[in-house]
Design a binder for this molecule. Structure first.
Ligand SMILES: *[C@@H]1O[C@H](CO)[C@@H](O)[C@H](O)[C@H]1NC(C)=O
Ligand SMILES: *[C@@H]1O[C@H](CO)[C@@H](O)[C@H](O)[C@H]1NC(C)=O
Length: 410
């Protein structure tokens, strides 16, 4: 770990140089690259829907999605449904939320739906790509410390990279994970920072070959050009280096669902000391085909990450994490005011703090169950913190988050 962290630090310096070089070349020569990239991402659509938040959702024929541009998926036979669906305790019917019991959906549905046989794709605009430091980096997480290293002995160096986490995690052999998380709209201090809340499924080491599947909600001005809370996914098979991306911004994830667009805004959002809205995410491995499937809410099977994208995850996940991550760029020499989750600490509890409830893992017999031995990790508990608990109604649960800068986190 010591070795790795030294290397990461070295990589930060390199990265900064590369980003600066890329930024300065934007104005002039890059136009052609950007247009080429947009043509790769935005496939011809059957229908387009203008969402109230300014997004355009393209309904693209399911067989024209960019997943099939991936070299290892050229002859892939699309799976229209999972062979297997893990069963376990079901807490979904609980009435603990808003009085109105509205279901959480996506904003673009106010203006239409995608027909059967198509999938909704958030159109990438030229501005989206131009906000990235380079065409190649668009849609990717920065390499350094995009994942928490709970076992690391040299936490100072992780601290320096600016990503901060407040997570609960388990280690072992896992074939899936599930949780229901409430949705918030954390304030972001500056556009190059973000705040996300997600489930991570990890395989391999934290070195060069980490495999990761991630899904949750995020606010990321750089990625989307606004402060909206969006449903997102991420994957990588080489520790955030060459492979993987957010949503459908590279070929990999295969979508089969026509209701939910990856990267689209979620509505409604929880309010402090008022209505709480939450979403459920289940990710599990099909024991026959090896593909990792994702379900949103109670019945929306969104699609899958083909087993062939991965090395370690072809077999199983060795760590699951639930929690938040923010970027603290500390640009003015102080801690960022970017919030995690609701922006309130775990002690405040229900209605005020952000939570994951019904936290479960899929075990070796492909059953959903509450995890044993949950640990927690956070770099600076005075800025963002995490607590775990258990109750009859909520099963295993986690409260996490915080305001960032405050008198105890200067
Ligand atoms: C996002 O929110 C910040 C304040 O939290 C504000 O300064 C900024 O203008 C907002 N960005 C957009 C694109 O609305
Ligand atoms: C991270 O850095 C902050 C301030 O720079 C320090 O107070 C904190 O103890 C560090 N955390 C860890 C886990 O090293």
């Amino acid at each position: 770990m010591m070795e790795l962290n030294r290397f990461s630090c070295f990589a930060v310096v390199l990265c900064v140089t590369v980003i600066m070089a890329a930024r300065s070349s934007h104005a002039a020569g890059n136009e052609f690259e950007v247009v080429k990239h947009l043509n790769r991402l935005n496939k011809p659509s059957v229908k387009s829907i203008k969402s109230p938040d300014g997004d355009i959702i393209d309904c693209v024929h399911i067989s024209h999605q960019s997943a099939f541009d991936h070299p290892s998926l050229k002859n892939h036979k699309i799976q229209m449904r999972p062979n297997f669906h893990p069963e376990g305790v079901n807490y979904e019917s609980m009435k603990v939320l808003s009085e109105k019991q509205e279901t959480v959906t996506q904003l673009w549905h106010l203006n239409g739906n995608c027909p059967q046989g198509t999938i909704p794709i958030r159109r990438t605009k030229k501005e989206d790509v131009l906000r990235a430091s380079s065409v190649k980096k668009y849609g990717k997480k920065s390499r350094v410390s995009a994942v928490a290293h709970p076992n690391s002995i040299d936490l100072d160096l992780i601290n320096q990279s600016g990503h901060q986490h407040a997570i609960a995690y388990v280690e072992g052999e896992f074939y899936g994970a599930k949780a229901t998380m409430n949705v918030w709209d954390p304030q972001i201090q500056q556009p190059n920072e973000f705040s996300l809340s997600q489930i991570w499924l990890l395989g391999g080491s934290f070195a060069e070959d980490l495999n990761s599947i991630e899904a949750g909600w995020q606010v990321s001005p750089d990625l989307y050009g606004d402060n909206n809370t969006r449903f997102f996914t991420y994957w990588t098979s080489d520790a955030y280096q060459a492979t993987g991306c957010y949503n459908l911004l590279c070929s990999g994830f295969i979508q089969i669902n026509n209701q939910i667009a990856l990267g689209a805004s979620i509505s409604p959002i929880s309010k402090y000391h008022s209505s709480q809205y939450d979403i459920s995410i289940l990710i599990w491995k099909d024991p026959e085909q090896g593909n990792w499937w994702m379900q949103f809410g109670n019945g929306n099977v969104i699609g899958y990450w083909p087993a062939s994208l991965f090395s370690y995850l072809t077999d199983k996940a060795s760590m699951i994490q639930w929690g938040g991550e923010v970027v603290n760029s500390a640009s003015d020499g102080q801690h960022t005011t970017t919030q995690m989750g609701s922006g309130h600490f775990p002690e405040e509890g229900f209605g005020k703090s952000s939570y994951f409830r019904n936290v479960q893992i899929v075990d070796g017999s492909n059953s959903l169950r509450a995890p044993k031995d949950i640990d927690t990790y956070t770099e600076q508990p005075n800025c963002y913190d995490v607590q775990t608990g258990k109750s009859d109604g909520w099963g295993s649960y986690i409260y996490y988050g915080g305001p960032g800068r405050n008198s105890n986190c200067p």
